[in-house]
Design a protein around this ligand. Sequence first.
Ligand code: PM9
Length: 462
Amino acid sequence: MAKKVIKRSWAEPFKIKVVEPIKMTTREHREKEIKIAGYNTFLLKSEDVYIDLLTDSGTNAMSDRQWAGMMVGDEAYAGSRNFYHLWDNVKKYYGMPYFVPTHQGRAAEHIISKILIKDGDFVPGNMYFTTTRLHQELAGATFVDVIIDEAHNPKSEHPFKGNIDLEKLKNLIEKVGAKKIPYVSVAGPVNMAGGQPFSMENLKEVHKLCSEHKIKLWFDATRATENAYFIKEREAGYKEKSIAEILKEICSYFEGIWVSAKKDLMVNIGGILATKNKKVFEKARNMVVVYEGLHTYGGLAGRDMEAMAIGLEEMVEYDNIRARIGQVEYFGKELDKYGVPYVRPIGGHAIFLDAKRFLSHLTQDQFPAQTLAAEIYIDSGVRGMERGIVSAGRDPKTGKERYPKLELVRLTFPRRVYTQAHIDVAVESIATVYQNRKNITGLKMIYEPEYLRFFQGRFEKL
Ligand code: PM9
């Protein structure tokens, strides 16, 4: 008898018009290349990579509308019409009246950190992000992690692991005083926690507490539509709301946002700094001409701003986000068949392998996640990224290693780029490495740059 249909599958809401060939290399070649790259997947040449799950940053496939937009770039030095299109959409989708474009997210982080932070300040946040914390520290602040404890536990199934722990935040306010806290830095979903969202309920509570102490909230809205998707799926009262409505409500609790447009907006380059505060905006508009370019292009070409403007319209389409997060879910569920440990629940943009459990025979000083990312590359040419002790770096005051609880390898999905067949190949490779895990030895660091060492650090096999 024929199998009974019990569910209807979803599919991507697009078809493929342009393709870019990729090539499979031999294991021997990959062993040589990863050694040359100092066992750092950031230092590989992309032509030696088969399936590139390093990041979803600037690696997304633009739509035909976005490519058409590139052709109507107005490359005037000042007052490009694409800037005004982008500004209109920043107001429409984030609800922020004032806006400065930047060449990417960290440029916006640099500017806003310099404007808001004074030497000796404290910036609480829902787990650190590498570039965000660095700019906060370089501006003179100490970052304080106030995320809920569950976020540091890869096995916890808490649906909103991006939530802020109100007690931790209250304690910090009591300890250092509200005047020493220029803003609370909120990201969602939280990248380093495994793409985990915060809930609207938690955001409202944080906003209430901060309002009582006259502390502002600033939002890293880099993947905000994914947070909005999880609120729609998991939080009571939001099922019938659109992604655009939820995003607007989230932003309403913030004084301002910064965005790496290379993610949600599905462009190759771009950043956004937007706010409701006119004074902050005026300072940002003045600083952008020092570091980025005139305030109507901020280090971007007119065509880039047009692709961003159109990306803002596409990023809130439910079917797009459903398909994107659906890919990550599919990947996780396939890994379950082989018992591969990864951060639960499945997050927004990536699967984060739990390297501490995967390579439980290695100590954290032997860089398990760095080792695992290299081993997966050697096995199949699939490229992921370390998100553990190397990414966490050293405490800037003591110079000591930070030893994060999470020691992860991130396998990230560029939007609209790979198919289910690519996922199957990646899963089989990870499962193969898992089955051979006992034979894997760790690494030692032989070159350590001062800032963001995960990008350029080099390692040798122990
Ligand atoms: N994120 C990512 O791969 C690219 C650089 S770090 C490997 O996840 C957040 C939440 C990000 C982010 C970049 C930035 C910086 C800010 N916030 O890369 O400078 O995930 O555009 O943005 C990366 P830019």
